[in-house]
Design a protein around this ligand. Structure first.
Ligand code: SF4
Length: 302
């Protein structure tokens, strides 16, 4: 069988499970500890919240509502996605029962935990590994990495180092039951194309299983918004970003799953860039360009 131009989330899990797999986001109501330090300059919590999700609902209700919304379509199975804030900042003894509840649902194939690299405790990893052993399900730990360059992590006010990322990936991989993912932002002010490719190569070289790529977006009422108003931030046009992806995707190994290629924030809070193109159309345009030019993910990984 011919390899896909991009090993997308939908391609990968359809291949693995023989059916489309969705994601149901939940909010455990724990605030990200980086907010005490002013938060990352691009982030505000409402930037990542699906419409059906109310953090005042308990987790069982959130999952039930998510299932009602997701499973009425083509999806029968799903990942529970701990997407909001920094879920692992919650004490392991509180978080593990929530993960257990999620994993026990027969339609749930696993959990995805989105978090910071400096909030990965061994107590949580060992507890999660035990849950996976007893349920036979899977767990992807997605780390907010954004860049492999310290100057960029400082610029974004991440308040962790790239060494924290290396350390977290190494400790997670030691368990051999987790998959590891990385969120990366493309277009951080001060980074050029070579810097972005270097980030992708460095992160993929650590043996991660998944990436989420984001073009830099300006969300209303964030420090980045202030910089944008002061004209200190330059953003990609869709064509520029597509051209960049065509250059970067060949450096991502073919077996790495690409969960996302761009952010799609709600128009109410998105300041810029406003491409006004649906994500499905963006994907179609990119894939057409890859096909026309014979470009495949992983082409430049030797
Ligand atoms: S670590 Fe994540 S949730 Fe916390 S401020 Fe940064 S982007 Fe937002």
């Amino acid at each position: 069988m011919k390899p896909p131009h991009i090993r997308s989330f939908s391609y990968h899990y359809r291949e693995k499970y023989g059916q489309p797999i969705g994601k149901i986001a939940v909010d455990i109501g724990h605030t990200c500890p980086n907010r005490e330090n002013g938060g990352c300059i691009f982030c505000r919590s409402a930037g990542f919240t699906p419409a059906y999700l109310l953090k005042t609902d308990n987790i069982a209700v959130q999952i039930a509502k998510g299932k009602k919304s997701l499973l009425k379509g083509r999806f029968k199975k799903y990942f529970t996605y701990f997407q909001q804030e920094t879920a692992t900042a919650m004490a392991a003894e509180q978080l593990l029962p929530i993960c257990d509840l999620a994993l026990r649902d027969s339609d749930c194939i696993g959990i995805i935990i989105s978090t910071r690299p400096d909030y990965i405790e061994d107590e949580l990893l060992s507890g999660l590994a035990a849950l996976l052993g007893s349920t036979g399900k899977e767990c992807l730990i997605e780390l907010g990495v954004q860049s492999a360059h310290e100057k960029s992590l400082t610029f974004l006010n991440r308040n962790h180092s790239f060494e924290d990322v290396r350390n977290a990936v190494q400790r997670i991989r030691q368990y051999k039951v987790f998959e590891t993912g990385a969120h990366l932002i493309l277009g951080i002010p001060g980074e050029n194309e070579a810097d972005m490719i270097a980030t992708v190569q460095t992160v993929c070289g650590m043996g991660i299983n998944a990436v989420k790529l984001h073009h830099l977006q300006v969300i209303r009422d964030t420090p980045l918004h202030d910089m944008y108003v002061r004209e200190e931030v330059r953003l990609f046009s869709f064509d520029e970003y597509s051209q960049l992806l065509l250059k970067i995707l060949p450096f991502i190994p073919a077996e790495v799953t690409i969960h996302r290629l761009w952010t799609t924030s709600h128009p109410d809070i998105l300041v810029a860039p406003r491409w006004n193109i649906l994500a499905a159309v963006l994907s179609k345009k990119l894939l057409r360009k890859m096909a026309e030019n014979g470009i495949y993910q992983g082409d430049k990984c030797y």
